[in-house]
Design a protein around this ligand. Structure first.
Ligand code: 5GP
Length: 182
């Protein structure tokens, strides 16, 4: 019998090495763009914690961190379109250079909600960094300043992304066999 995660895996979309290389490039781009500034990274829980932890170690300008937690799909693979703040930021972002770090943009509803919310708190600047972008699924336009990879319309897990709370700790990104959903 195949061992985990091969026993549940349909296809590997992004290897750990491909992710590592791209995350390094993103960190370098962010470090260049924010030279002379302090950046305040806002990680969106739970999906972005793995990405943020790796990205942070390639950022060479002064940086601090906070987290927000918003409702996701739960145990389903369809968005409800309703965004609920489960955990808000602990610090004020007024006058700060804020970079939202998100795992994946699908319909764009979650990110649009977050961007509009954080804008009302008067940051000095507000940008968005996402690891994965599924442009074919967009329901509302959203500006992405840093994108790791564009991916096709498939439900993916691994590297922070879950299905029913599972697979976040797998170092690569993959699709699940249909049996896992049923
Ligand atoms: P959106 O609001 O853009 O439709 O969805 C954003 C959120 O939905 C992401 O932060 C993530 O939690 C979840 N999501 C969207 N696509 C996927 C996917 O392919 N896999 C997983 N695990 N979550 C996804």
């Amino acid at each position: 019998m195949a061992s985990f995660p091969e026993d549940v895996q349909q296809e590997v979309l992004l290897t750990a090495e491909a992710i590592r290389n791209r995350v390094k490039e993103l960190g370098e781009a962010i470090s260049r763009d924010y030279r002379g500034e302090q950046v305040f990274l806002v990680g969106v829980l739970k999906g972005a914690w793995v990405f943020l932890a790796d990205l942070a170690r390639h950022i060479t300008v002064p940086a601090s961190f906070d987290f927000m937690s918003v409702s996701s799909y739960g145990a389903s693979t369809q968005t409800s379109g309703v965004v609920q703040i489960i955990k808000d930021l602990e610090e004020s972002i007024e006058g700060r250079h804020v970079l939202i770090v998100e795992d994946i943009v699908d319909t764009g509803l979650t990110l649009t909600y977050l961007v509009e919310l954080l804008k009302t708190r008067h940051p000095a600047s507000l940008k968005v960094c996402v690891l994965l972008d599924k442009p074919s699924r967009r329901a509302t336009p959203v500006r992405l300043d840093y994108v790791g990879f564009e991916i096709p319309d498939a439900f993916v897990v691994g590297y922070g992304l879950d299905f029913a709370g599972q697979y976040r700790h797998v170092p690569h990104i993959f699709t699940l066999r249909s049996e896992v959903y049923s």
